[in-house]
Design a protein around this ligand. Structure first.
Ligand code: NAP
Length: 242
């Protein structure tokens, strides 16, 4: 039996990353599941993947920490190069710019932009050598349009969109495709505190999206059907931003 390709998904102990890990497992990938702190959540997702007949390795490290990323991936990368990388790990620290602390500014840039840089840099040389790969960055509507209270998060996600396009141009000749998926309001832990009555009128479809709806689009971008798509931002937002 031939070996399955590997997909590394960051921030997959819950929410959108967990749904992506499960969907990519269904599509025939062995999963390297990164997370930062939620051991129980990560183990539950790994068990779900194994119940579906897949394989899942748990990788606990902070994507914002370059040394932790390098040592967390070192032994696995010596044996194997993932075919797919999904840079999904992240969080928001919302607040008005006038009151924003240095920590809230820097930590959000570190997790989204630093995380993308540290993890992608580890995989890229081997992907380039193999001349094959898909990199998907999970961005946000907030990186495409202005959102009050999210100057840090918008800056990080807009930066990640720029990085997606530049990297796509850099590696296209080596058949590595780099795209972004841009969710709107999705039902996860990250959005539990958002008052729905205030937000729903801004969404033409009148509901939040599900993590599975984001996972389906991510899996499409990893599939043979998406072989001529690179440098694009695919929105999954119920029409919230057109
Ligand atoms: P979530 O439910 O809060 O899950 C976040 C995941 O990221 C968790 O697995 C968490 O791990 C992990 N994580 C956070 N910081 C990390 C770090 N430094 N290193 C490694 N892993 C880390 O969030 P979500 O809603 O699924 O969001 C996932 C991605 O989608 C984020 O990039 C977010 O910005 C983006 N997004 C979300 C929405 C939305 O409406 N939910 C909309 C647009 C974009 P632990 O829990 O184990 O610490």
């Amino acid at each position: 039996m031939s070996k399955k390709p590997v997909a590394l998904v960051t921030g997959a102990s819950k929410g959108i990353g967990a749904a992506i890990a499960v969907e990519l497992s269904r599509q025939g990938y062995d999963i390297w599941l990164n997370y930062r702190s939620d051991d129980a959540g990560a183990s539950t997702i790994a068990a779900e993947i194994e119940r579906l007949g897949g394989a899942c390795s748990l990788l606990c490290f902070d994507v914002a920490n370059a040394e932790a990323v390098a040592s967390g991936l070192e032994s696995l990368l010596a044996e194997e190069t993932p075919e797919v990388l999904v840079n999904n790990a992240g969080f928001a620290r919302d607040g008005l710019m006038a009151l924003m602390s240095e920590t809230d500014w820097q930590s959000v840039l570190d997790v989204h932009l630093g995380g993308f840089f540290h993890v992608t840099r580890q995989l890229l040389p081997a992907m380039l050598k193999r001349r094959r790969g898909r990199i998907i960055n999970i961005v946000s509507t907030s990186g495409e349009t202005g959102v009050p209270g999210q100057v840090n998060y918008s800056a990080a996600k807009a930066g990640l969109i720029g990085a997606t396009r530049s990297l796509a141009a850099e590696v296209a000749r080596r058949k590595i495709l780099v795209n972004a998926v841009s969710p709107g309001f999705i039902e996860t832990e990250m959005t539990t505190d958002i008052p729905k009555e205030r937000v729903l009128p801004m969404i033409p479809m009148g509901r939040f999206g599900t993590a599975e709806e984001v996972a389906a689009v991510t899996a499409f971008l990893c599939s043979p059907a998406a072989a001529y798509i690179t440098g694009q931002v695919l929105s999954v937002n119920g029409g919230a931003y057109m």
